[in-house]
Design a protein around this ligand. Structure first.
Ligand code: ASP
Length: 439
């Protein structure tokens, strides 16, 4: 058994949390490769190390040094090393880091130093080998992960290494400069390492005990999800379920490696197991696995008789949108109707009007109408495909609550039913669906 473990910012935040991390790792010898984030918040008012590092970069740009902002970074790491009672000269490492930041004047390099320092200290504390992510993770000239090179490096650098700590969040580009993933990207590093070493399990340790069926801000006592498939996870994280970086799934997906979301502060909890779709077992226990949603969409509704017979109709509508460099979120259609769902954020400064006028000119519809302030709510679960009446149950629940449905889109995979309602009905709609299936 071989496990790759990634620990997030709250697990790295102070000496107490690091001791919990050590207990978890020493309890299981198969936890051999440890990927770490930068120290996160110790309490609600606190600042994440990565956020302070972005400030350091701004200071370097305006003054040539980061003396002021770097003080906080020093305090955090010196505090951790002292509280752990480590005999390790962290001050020299911090001096060198501060001068490197001032010298390189690179935003990504600066941001990456949180994970770099965190991994050095953790390796020291655990008695593990420090292996720098810059020697493993490689991006190509377009800024995309160079998978082949990276996989190869993971294998060669970790070959024969029994126990190692690797910083998350960054790698090197093809010009030799440090480059970071997007925020929260240490999850991706963990996934890359898990695939490279062909781990049996990728454990992602965070500060919650896995995914919940619903956002706890809407359903405070929401049930937890024990098991999710890769595809269900994609649907839910697209809609904003935020426990894991939405791209972290791809590396392990190829290697069919399950991910277990675990809680450092409650390690006995089972957490959520994310498994390859085909390994998810026969009959899912529940009809639905999760409900998630997002506010802030606009629907352009188009009607034209015999639309289905008009060759190129949809292409012409989509060309207008493509011409403005926008992405389409959904495209529900009927025989003579088509709805284009777009993120409202991208339609500012008169762009929505321009698009509607251009669609009018391009396809001459009988009727075109814009619905703004729409929320999309996705009810997700493989269980839906095998059971009848799921859609009816959702619609009945919403009708009983007096919620007007503005749009319906069921993917052909029968994994997901997406409903559009007014933003003002968003919370009510999620509660109604949760209560219909879970309570
Ligand atoms: N430290 C980085 C961030 O705050 C990356 C991570 O924690 O995964 O976004």
């Amino acid at each position: 058994m071989l496990k790759v473990c990634k620990f997030g910012g709250t697990s790295m935040a102070n000496a107490d949390s690091l001791k919990k991390v050590k207990d978890i790792i020493t309890a299981d010898k198969s936890r051999k490769y440890i990927v770490v984030s930068a120290p996160g918040k110790r309490n609600k008012q606190d600042t994440k190390v990565t956020d302070t590092l972005y400030k350091c970069f701004d200071e370097v740009v305006s003054t040539g040094s980061c003396k002021e902002s770097f003080k906080f970074i020093r305090e955090r790491f010196i505090g951790i090393v002292e509280d752990l009672g480590l005999d390790f000269d962290v001050k020299s490492v911090l001096d060198k880091t501060e001068s490197d930041i001032a010298e390189k004047k690179s935003k990504d390099f600066t941001a990456s130093r949180g994970e770099y320092l965190s991994a050095i200290v953790t390796a020291e504390f655990l008695g593990a080998k420090f292996i720098d992510a810059e020697d493993i993770i490689r991006f190509d000239s377009q800024g995309k992960l160079n998978e082949e090179y990276t996989d190869d490096k993971v294998k060669t650098k970790l070959n024969g290494v029994e126990f190692a700590v690797i910083p998350g969040f960054y790698g090197k580009d093809s010009f030799g400069n440090i480059k970071t993933f997007s925020r929260g990207g240490s999850d991706i590093t963990g996934s890359i390492i898990a695939r490279g070493v062909k781990a049996d399990l990728y454990e992602n340790w965070t500060d919650v005990s896995g995914f919940l069926v619903c956002d706890p801000r809407i359903i405070p006592d929401s049930k937890a999800i024990d098991k999710l498939t890769y595809r269900e996870l994609r649907e839910l994280s697209y809609m904003g379920a935020q426990v894991l970086h939405s791209e972290a799934i791809f590396p392990v997906m190829k290697g069919k490696i399950p991910i277990n979301i675990k809680n450092t502060f409650s390690p006995e909890d089972k957490g959520t197991m994310i498994v390859p779709t085909e390994l998810s077992g026969d009959e899912p226990e529940n009809v639905i696995t999760g409900v998630a949603g997002k506010k802030g969409f606009t629907v352009i509704y188009i009607e034209k008789n015999l639309m289905n017979a008009e060759v190129g109709f949809i292409r012409k509508v989509l060309s207008v949108i493509e011409h403005h460099g926008l992405g389409v979120e959904h495209l529900p259609s009927g025989i003579d109707t088509l709805s284009v769902v777009l993120e409202s954020e991208q339609l500012k400064n008169g762009l929505l009007n321009d698009i509607v006028n251009e669609i009018r000119e391009s396809v001459n519809p009988d009727y075109i109408h814009v619905i703004e302030n729409i929320s999309l709510i996705a009810t997700v679960g493989h269980g839906m495909a095998r059971r009848r009446g799921t859609a009816a149950k959702i619609f009945t629940a919403l009708a009983e609550e007096g919620i007007n449905i503005k749009m319906i889109d069921q993917g052909s995979s029968e994994l997901n039913i997406i409903i559009g309602v007014l933003n003002s009905d968003y919370e009510k709609c999620i509660k109604a669906i949760y209560n219909a299936f879970i309570k």
